[in-house]
Design a binder for this molecule. Structure first.
Ligand SMILES: [Zn+2]
Length: 226
């Protein structure tokens, strides 16, 4: 898909939930994939202690390998963390993830975790979860993150924002995330759109902003975020 459309890019990595029996990715293998011009990031990677139980040494080791690959190819990390923020931040520090930078995707943690990540050159990305009525703590975080560190995403097909909660998600619904954040912060949706688009191209610097037509001749690309 990334090769077929000028306004699409991709990342290379093995998700922390993916259980690989025979072969773990090596730094060299990740680098070989990351060499493709359409690969703009390494990930998703990270830790997830929600779906899987200890012993998870293999998951931590896999995360370390992804961080090393990101540093080696100078492409940013897309980090997933669930029920594991202490270890996630610890491994990021130990492996020097700040050198690669990246995004804490589908962020659901506290302001303190966001600040620790931002200190390591990471952006904070909000998904449809921030629109849920019950997500009061997360709404507070979305109010306080500096606009120049913020991204928005869908994480589709999961986590559709209100008013589509529970339905299949799609990238176009990212506008509902933008609208909700604008409302939370008392700013216009255009400001959210401009900042997050600018942040996207700053972070994923291998993605080229001057896309005007994809290979199928579609009109001007309308790039939101990941
Ligand atoms: Zn994820």
């Amino acid at each position: 898909m990334a090769e077929a459309h000028a306004n699409m890019w991709c990342s290379a990595g093995v998700h922390p939930d993916e259980q690989v029996d025979d072969h773990e990715p090596t730094v060299e293998e990740l680098l070989a994939m990351a060499a493709h011009p359409k690969v703009v990031a390494i990930g998703e990677t990270g830790l997830d202690y929600f779906r899987l139980q200890e012993p998870l040494d293999w998951q931590r080791e896999r995360f370390r390998i992804h961080i090393r690959a990101a540093k080696a190819c100078q492409k940013p990390l897309v980090i997933h963390t669930r029920n594991s923020h202490e270890d996630t931040l610890r491994l990021m520090r130990e492996e020097g993830a700040a050198e690669a930078g990246g995004v804490m995707h589908c962020f659901t943690e506290t302001q303190a975790v966001a600040e620790a990540a931002m200190e390591m050159n990471f952006y904070i990305s909000f998904s449809g979860i921030v629109t849920f009525k019950s997500a009061n703590d997360l709404k507070e975080v979305a109010r306080h993150i500096p606009l120049n560190r913020m991204l928005i995403e869908t994480d589709s097909p999961y986590l559709a924002p209100m008013p589509y909660r529970g339905k299949m998600n799609q990238p176009g619904y990212v506008k509902h995330v933008a609208e909700h954040i604008a409302e939370l912060r008392g700013i216009t949706v255009e400001e959210v759109a401009e900042s997050t688009t600018e942040n996207f191209f700053k972070l994923f610097r291998h993605a080229k902003a001057d896309v005007t037509a994809d290979v199928n001749g579609d009109a001007k690309a309308n790039v939101n975020t990941q």
